[in-house]
Design a protein around this ligand. Structure first.
Ligand code: COA
Ligand code: ZN
Length: 304
């Protein structure tokens, strides 16, 4: 297999996970979770969203989370910004990195942010200029990149078009979101190979939801194609337990556990990460889908 020496994990649980948890988690507990994740060695964490509190009430405490968090040296804290107002809030909160987001499917983008794709991208130009002039990092999400629950299949051309626009705006990283868990390892390989020639210095992250149990297989397919940045959520937080079609990202501890066994490093302390997953279960009052909290880690050294 084509195996890199190391991969980068972007923890998105405090944002992507908690935004759809049915039970509100207190600000204190969110901060505690983020600090524990930093202490486990995660250097990149998406901590919240500066979106409309009516759209996402679970994250309406974003200013307070950002202000009270004890930031760890060397860590990069990211937040989702849907519009210029979101960027202004992120700047005031001292966020290091903003994440722009647009769906590859027109219907999904309308439902999510009530705009057409081209209007979203148009608005990002001004946001991007301001963010970059202030030295902020910037990533661009392409949601529903592997399929949409309303429109079905999404074409590689459509994803590529959005990626080209993001690169022109100067994002440092693209994150391809399999928002509804419709990807499979072959589709992932096709996508990564298609985008590689146009990426240049722009990073490519993969953001898999495990809706159909294919998340880790998809990540492995991406690793084989040379991808090294993965968005995960601690414990597999996210999705709505009442809905069969929404589910969380790959559990951070599951992906980290697997790649460590494969001889790929992440800079993360797996034992501490499993403790974080246990804590995430405690504060959401749920049995989260991640496997390692109950199964424990394996201690297998690769034989060559
Ligand atoms: N921060 C806080 N409030 C905001 C905001 C921001 N960045 N942007 C808009 N708002 C408020 C407006 O003030 C307005 O409030 P009011 O109803 O009290 O007057 C309300 O949100 C609607 O604003 P409007 O400009 O009419 O936008 P909209 O209704 O078309 O909604 C979004 C657009 C993008 C603001 C909204 O859909 C949103 O926040 N979506 C978040 C989606 C998300 O996070 N999805 C998950 C991640 S993929
Ligand atoms: Zn997501």
């Amino acid at each position: 297999m084509n195996i890199p020496e190391s991969i980068t994990i972007v923890e998105v649980g405090p944002r992507d996970g908690l935004q759809s948890e049915p039970r509100l988690v207190s600000t204190d507990k969110k901060i505690e979770l983020i600090e524990r994740l930093s202490d486990a060695g995660l250097k990149r964490i998406e901590i919240t969203s500066f979106v409309s509190p009516k759209a996402v009430p679970q994250l309406s405490d974003s200013e307070e989370v950002a202000a009270r968090l004890q930031r760890r040296p060397g860590a990069r804290y990211c937040a989702l910004t849907p519009n210029y107002r979101g960027l202004e809030r992120a700047i005031r909160a001292g966020i290091d990195e903003i994440a722009l987001f647009v769906s590859a499917s027109e219907t999904h983008n309308q439902k999510n942010v009530r705009m057409s794709i081209s209007r979203s991208l148009g608005a990002f130009r001004q946001i991007g200029e301001t963010a970059l002039s202030r030295g902020m990092h910037m990533r661009g999400y392409v949601a529903t990149a592997f399929g949409c629950e309303y429109e079905g299949r999404v074409s590689l051309d459509q994803v590529e078009k959005i990626v080209v626009e993001y690169i022109a705006m100067g994002v440092q990283e693209i994150s391809l979101g399999d928002t509804t868990g419709m990807a499979n390892p072959v589709a992932v390989g096709d996508m990564v190979r298609r985008l590689k020639p146009i990426l240049g210095n722009t990073g490519l992250a993969l953001h898999f939801h495990d809706t159909r149990g294919t998340g880790v297989a998809n990540a492995l397919a991406a690793i084989e194609e040379g991808a090294v940045i993965f968005d995960c959520s601690i414990g597999g937080l996210g999705g709505c337990p009442a809905s069969r079609t929404a589910s969380g990202n790959i559990a951070t501890e599951d992906l980290v556990g697997m790649v460590h066994e494969m001889g790929i490093s992440t800079g993360i302390d797996l034992e501490a990460l499993i403790e974080c997953a246990r804590y995430a279960g405690e504060i959401t009052g749920r049995n989260l889908p991640g496997h390692l909290v109950s199964a424990g880690k394996v201690n297998w050294q690769r034989q060559k």
